[in-house]
Design a protein around this ligand. Structure first.
Ligand SMILES: Nc1ncnc2c1ncn2[C@@H]1O[C@H](COP(=O)(O)OP(=O)(O)O)[C@@H](O)[C@H]1O
Ligand SMILES: [Mg+2]
Length: 261
């Protein structure tokens, strides 16, 4: 099962969700690969990866300049491996345009290693450019993190239209697994109001029951290079991401082995 975390808006907790969901799944015994598909490389640094030491990254994998297996490195956390990214990945966004199958390069690469994992999580960049389209073409499901703020729904129609187009043209398997509310502070009227309006707009099955609260421990964790379920496993943020991981597994159903260990 390959899941892309997508929203062309920046700062909505895509990377936070990719890191913490993958770490929680790993803790539950699932073999997980994180693919950092953002030249900012925040998923890599959030996992404590030192970028100056990297030789093979998402860039080489997507350009076909390294075998995918060569680009995978271990994180220090149970069951989680990562293909890291650096600034160099931005060049792929340009160079890929010359490829005949420019949107399919990530898919082509991941097929070679997907059998090694229960779940692959792709942390997409805040864009709907060729790199992001590679993410959409490579995955089975997408998770859309959303903040309950006045302009949150801006761009979501475009995102859904893009998903529909990709599904038709390149990836019949593609489905939206759900919208997840992030950085939620229910004391704020605006958060509650926007949440209600989003719930009116989408069917219940396309919104995760789990809500991720605004939690300072989540914001602190990346600078320690640790996912929240390791940095502070008793925090509200850790509990929420653990719940999200359980909900993801339920939604994946039979397609992910339900073994533990
Ligand atoms: N639940 C949360 N509580 C507090 N801060 C959060 C939470 N989720 C994300 N953040 C912070 O919000 C900022 C943007 O999150 P990030 O995951 O980098 O967004 P994106 O990948 O969508 O650009 C980061 O500084 C992150 O630490
Ligand atoms: Mg990000």
């Amino acid at each position: 099962m390959i899941i892309a975390v997508v929203n062309q808006k920046g700062g909505v907790a895509k990377t936070t969700t990719a890191i913490n969901l993958s770490a929680a799944l790993g803790k539950m015994g699932k073999k997980v690969l994180v693919v950092d598909l953002d030249p900012q490389g925040n998923a890599s640094s959030g996992y404590g990866i030192k970028k100056q030491e990297l030789i093979k990254t998402t860039y080489e994998m997507i350009m076909g300049e390294a075998r995918p297996a060569e680009t995978v490195i271990k994180t220090g956390f149970k069951n989680v491996e990562i293909i890291p990214a650096t600034q160099e990945l931005a060049q792929a966004g340009v160079r890929l345009l010359q490829f005949e199958n420019k949107n399919m390069q990530l898919r082509k690469a991941l097929i070679q290693i997907s059998g090694n994992y229960d779940i692959i999580i792709i942390d997409c960049l805040p864009s709907l450019d060729v790199l992001a389209l590679n993410g959409l073409c490579a995955c089975d499901r997408i998770i859309i993190p959303m903040q309950c703020e006045p302009y949150s729904l801006e761009g979501v129609a475009e995102l859904f239209a893009t998903v529909k187009r990709v599904k038709k043209a390149a990836n019949r398997n593609l489905q939206v697994m759900g919208i997840v509310f992030t950085m939620l502070d229910k004391r704020l009227t605006v958060n509650r109001e926007v949440m209600l309006s989003i719930k009116k707009k989408f069917p219940p099955q396309s919104i995760f029951n789990t809500e991720i609260p605004r939690n300072v421990r989540i914001a602190e964790a990346p600078s320690h290079g640790e996912p929240i379920v390791y940095y502070d496993n008793s925090s509200k943020g850790a509990l929420a991401y653990t719940d999200l991981a359980k909900e993801v597994l339920v939604k994946c159903g039979q397609e992910v082995g339900m073994t533990n260990g």
